[in-house]
Ligand binder design. Structure first.
Ligand code: PXL
Length: 269
């Protein structure tokens, strides 16, 4: 009996299928990985913005993760929106009992449309309790600033590593406000990896359209999928970025608002 590799996402639901849990699951599936899911929050949003969300009680989140880890051989975990300080604490406590599973931490703070998805307490506890457990943390630039507590972009990587993250991938996809008009002349996205051996590596990707939704989730989920499939971190990042490049190039707007990466794209690792 063939059993595919399994990855678990711990994330919030986006009913439109662009971001969050749905982005993770479609990415896992596209990359040949069976996706298990633990829901942290139920957002009410369309492709323009988040209207509201409910956070699941921490006990119910713990139940989902524990029953899954007791049953399935989960080879990697991706963490997205957690929704409450209690949920952060709960996930940290469970992960402490599973020290060998690689963890991709996407420190979700703000939705593509601008709504806040994390309180200050969530950010503070994520820094304290989850950063030290992450195989890699994948903040975009505003998230890197908030997590590291300062605005000096040259020191974000080193600060986050000093706070305990083994590897830090700072993603540069946040488009400037006038990006739509100037898309052709914009520089590429630069992602920077700060590695646990102290070295740094820059990656360039084609620029996104300005109003993109679910790209952070998709990249982090793709890294988790390749880690689950046994890649080392850097090859996993490179393959995940290759997948993203294709998904962005063929991205589409499924509704009246933002674009989403095309996770159905034909090329996949
Ligand atoms: O893209 C960040 C994100 C993560 N998780 C959920 C979201 C969003 C953005 O909207 O809704 C559930």
């Amino acid at each position: 009996m063939h059993r595919p590799t399994i990855a678990l996402t711990i994330a919030g639901s986006d009913p439109g299928g662009g971001a969050g849990l749905q982005a993770d699951l479609t990415t896992f599936t596209r990359l040949g990985v069976h996706g298990a899911t633990a829901i942290t929050a139920i957002t009410v949003q369309d492709t323009r913005d988040v209207a509201d969300f409910d956070v699941l009680p921490a006990r119910r989140l713990a139940d989902q993760i524990e029953i899954t880890l007791a049953d399935l051989p989960v080879a990697a975990i991706k963490i997205g929106m957690l929704g409450s300080a209690e949920n952060v604490e709960t996930v940290a406590a469970i992960l402490a009992a599973h020290p060998h599973i690689p963890v991709v931490l996407d420190p979700v703070m703000v939705a593509g449309g601008g709504s806040e998805l994390a309180t200050r307490a969530v950010v503070d506890l994520t820094r304290e309790r989850l950063l030290p457990r992450a195989t890699v943390v994948t903040p975009n630039t505003p998230e890197a600033a908030r997590l590291s507590g300062h605005d000096d972009a040259r020191r974000w990587g080193e600060t986050l590593r000093a706070l305990g993250a083994r590897n830090v991938l700072i993603t540069g996809g946040d488009a400037p406000a006038d990006a739509e008009a100037n898309r052709q002349s914009l520089p590429p996205i630069v992602n920077v990896l700060y590695r646990e051996d102290g070295h740094m590596r820059r990656f360039e990707l084609p620029r996104l359209p300005p109003s993109f939704h679910g790209s952070g989730c998709t990249l982090a989920a793709a890294i988790a999928a390749f880690l689950a499939r046994g890649r080392d971190l850097e090859p996993a990042i490179i393959e995940a970025q290759g997948f993203m490049t294709e998904a962005i190039a063929t991205g589409y707007a499924p509704g009246r608002g933002q674009h989403v990466p095309n996770r159905l794209c034909p090329q996949a690792g």
